[in-house]
Design a protein around this ligand. Structure first.
Ligand code: DQA
Length: 147
């Protein structure tokens, strides 16, 4: 594992402003800085991508298959209904970890269902910004157990 891509889906660019009681007070930039620092502390490289558009996320997943060794993905609300994102994850051969800041199992009923869970190596939900760091750990564990 050398290069990791962290992907944020719709509305996550508003972190810090957006429903802080649910998603926390840290801004999008500060969360990303922590992620990048954490990845660097593991001796790895990391890029971050955010889009509010399903097609752009799918294009990035396709592109990523030739560039990155693993992906940490917070697909936002697409998690709950985007079969197109699910198919894109299934189509690429690199491991993808599904992460959520909030606990999707403890909120509205529609959030408890993830259509991407089955094609991801793990789902991590409810640890705030730490979910992303746990996602990185999950990618590293996955690789360690594969070798
Ligand atoms: C989220 C949970 C989703 O249900 C929601 O639509 C989001 C963020 C989370 O990180 O907790 O946009 O993925």
């Amino acid at each position: 594992m050398k290069k990791i891509l962290v992907m944020h889906g719709p509305n996550l660019n508003l972190l810090g402003e957006r429903e802080p009681g649910i998603y926390g007070n840290d801004s999008y930039d500060s969360v990303n800085n922590e992620i990048v620092e954490y990845v660097a502390s593991k001796g790895l490289k990391c890029d971050v991508f955010q889009s509010n558009h399903e097609g752009a996320l799918i294009d990035k997943l396709h592109e990523a298959r030739k560039i990155y060794d693993g992906i940490v993905l917070n697909a936002g609300a697409y998690t709950h209904y985007s079969y197109a994102i699910r198919d894109a994850i299934a189509a690429i051969k690199i491991p993808v970890v599904e992460v959520h800041l909030s606990d999707i199992h403890a909120r509205e009923g529609f959030r408890a269902n993830s259509v991407i869970e089955e094609v991801c190596i793990k789902q991590i939900s409810g640890f705030g910004k730490k979910s992303y760091l746990l996602g990185i750990d999950a990618l590293l564990d996955f690789e360690e157990n594969r070798n």
